[in-house]
Unconditional design. Structure first.
Length: 349
């Protein structure tokens, strides 16, 4: 089954209009911006403007490139009329209300069908997994490079800059998201982006970061202690590590996304820490840093071999500090494979 047959059968439409750039890239291979795709039985079109026509023709020679000259909906109308489209799949979550109304006005006789093209990217190919794994290796190497720099007296922002510089040096295209470096009381913020706070002895310091390779993202979190860990820091760390490893051991094809999340909460409850775990256990990763399915209390979908998910429990106690341990993983027929390889045992720096 070719691309068009698969998509049209999946959504029961005459054509699909892709507006979201990652879905355009996934289907066509085009890596630029501000370009849409129209897929029908007899048409694979990229709708763009003069900034990207040459790039589109070079990257996607099997696709027709149409310069819409700033009139996207007009181009869609012309193609729908040419192809006899009566039911058009539309990524409703990816377009503005204004664009939707404009399309309704341009093609009032065409039924617009809400289409979730993201779901087509949930199961990764071997090539996609290889790119994600390469991005993970970049992250592993970059964190290893900056370990000697993590000490009392430096600022979180100084460490962020060094980590991002190391990722670029190892081949990352850019950072996968805003790098988190949070120490001391700020480590109780699950998304505490780096600040000018000075790192001190006796503090947790959490790094949550990712690299990008061939458009695919990695995501990893590691928490260290600067100086010597207190007994309570050790207890918390080992509780989170035990829960993370138990969740990883549980995940395999047919595991429902809510199940490992529930396991982690039960395990943390035994240590009196469940109320401090304030987010979902994980999410999928690919051309976007956050994709579905998730590992969360509300996830009812079962995992499938080839899905890539993060496993990232954490505890966050205001005024004391917090920690998170996260790996990017791939679901295999016989269990879970870790793509991030940086060690997870407690490290005192």
């Amino acid at each position: 089954m070719n691309i068009s047959e698969h998509i049209l059968t999946q959504f029961t439409v005459d054509a699909v209009w892709l507006h979201k750039s990652v879905n355009v890239r996934y289907q066509s291979g085009f890596t630029g911006d501000d370009t849409d795709a129209l897929i029908a039985a007899d048409c694979h079109c990229l709708l763009t403007d003069a900034r990207y026509t040459q790039q589109a023709r070079e990257e996607c020679p099997q696709w027709e490139t149409i310069d819409h000259q700033g009139r996207l909906t007009g181009a869609l109308k012309a193609q729908c009329e040419r192809l006899g489209v009566r039911r058009l799949g539309v990524e409703m979550q990816a377009i503005s209300a204004a664009l939707y109304r404009q399309l309704q006005q341009e093609i009032p006789t065409v039924e617009l069908i809400d289409t979730d093209a993201d779901q087509l990217r949930q199961v990764k190919s071997d090539d996609e997994i290889a790119s994600i794994q390469h991005a993970c290796r970049i992250g592993d190497r970059a964190l290893k490079d900056i370990l000697p720099l993590i000490r009392a007296g430096v600022t979180e922002n100084e460490l962020r800059r060094e980590l991002e510089r190391a990722m670029l040096a190892h081949g990352s295209e850019r950072t996968a998201f805003t790098t988190i470096v949070a120490s001391g009381y700020r480590s109780a913020m699950p998304h505490g982006i780096a600040s000018d706070k000075v790192v001190a002895n006796g503090e947790y310091i959490t790094f949550d970061f990712g690299a990008v390779y061939r458009g695919y993202h990695s995501d990893m979190t590691r928490t260290f202690v600067v100086g010597h860990a207190s007994p309570e820091q050790r207890r918390m760390y080992h509780a989170v590590l035990h829960a993370q490893e138990a969740a990883c051991a549980m995940i395999r094809p047919e595991t429902v996304g809510s199940e490992p999340d529930a396991l982690v909460r039960r395990l943390l409850a035994k240590d009196g820490l469940a109320s401090y775990f304030t987010h979902a256990l994980g999410h999928s990763v690919g051309l976007e840093i956050h994709e579905g399915p998730n590992l969360s209390p509300r996830e009812s979908r079962a995992l499938v071999a080839g899905m890539v998910v993060t496993v990232e429990p954490g505890v966050y106690i205001p005024g004391f500090g917090g920690l998170r341990i996260e790996d990017t993983t791939v679901v295999r027929e016989d269990g879970l494979q870790l793509l991030t390889q940086f060690p997870k045992e407690l490290v005192e720096l």
